[in-house]
Design a protein around this ligand. Structure first.
Ligand SMILES: C[S@@+](CC[C@H](N)C(=O)[O-])C[C@H]1O[C@@H](n2cnc3c(N)ncnc32)[C@H](O)[C@@H]1O
Length: 211
């Protein structure tokens, strides 16, 4: 997994090709403030107080859910990406305001499918399971943001895996009491038929519930 990539410490932060996780940044501030708007992500999480973020990545969505007031358990299986988030969280915990939020954050290195299997075996439940896989490839000349370009090259092995997404949704339905929420670009077909969808300009949140 991404053997050619190495973490470096730059200006007191752990970075991967110049990308680090900084919950004090302007971008994350905007993420935090956006919970005040009635936007699609928020609407997809109605009645949700605890979430399993199965695809933590750089933890922007986890941060949004923490700002919404949810308790978040986040799984990241790529060790380098996991280390970026560990570093971001350790700095956030030194900030008085953010440290309160991060009391509700639990980050785990591992595959979310195995984690949900073990939840099932132990009879553990959560309100919602959130899934944000890498986007399917699209023919376009527009380059994604630097952060996304790095993620794409580190996770080159992880292209469009519909079967795995279905597995995450199905396992999610078995351990969640409220819903499973899947984030997809608006142009991508849902891998399974959702019960409801909340669409923004670029992305859509598909909501699944046990029938
Ligand atoms: C598109 S990124 C998620 C971005 C994230 N929502 C954010 O706000 O930064 C997908 C991430 O999920 C991780 N991932 C994908 N499938 C996973 C699984 N089954 N278990 C744990 N992590 C997974 C990948 O390693 C990658 O870092």
């Amino acid at each position: 997994m991404g053997n050619t990539f190495q973490l470096k410490t730059e200006e007191g932060r752990v970075a991967l090709e110049g990308v680090s996780v900084d919950f004090e940044s302007h971008t994350m501030k905007l993420v935090g403030q956006s919970v005040r708007q009635n936007q699609p992500f928020k609407r997809s999480l109605k009645n949700v107080k605890s979430v399993l973020d199965t695809t933590c990545g750089l933890a922007k969505d986890s941060f949004f859910m923490l700002n919404l007031g949810c308790k978040v358990t986040a799984l990241e299986r790529h060790p380098l990406i996991y280390e970026l988030v560990v570093d971001g969280v350790s700095r956030a915990k030194k900030n008085a305001k953010l440290s309160v939020l991060f009391e509700n954050f639990h980050l785990i290195l591992g595959d979310a499918r195995e984690y949900m299997q073990s939840m099932k075996e132990k009879g553990q439940r959560i309100d919602a399971v959130y899934v944000d896989p890498m986007y399917p490839p699209k023919d376009t000349s527009a380059l994604p943001k630097k952060e996304m370009q790095i993620l794409r090259s580190v996770l080159a092995h992880e292209s469009h895996r519909e079967e795995e997404i279905k597995e995450l949704i199905q396992l999610g339905l078995e351990v969640s009491d409220v819903s499973v929420v899947l984030k997809r670009p608006v142009w991508a077909e849902p891998p399974l038929k959702p019960m409801a969808s909340f669409e923004g300009k670029m992305v859509r949140y598909d909501v699944y519930k046990k029938s």
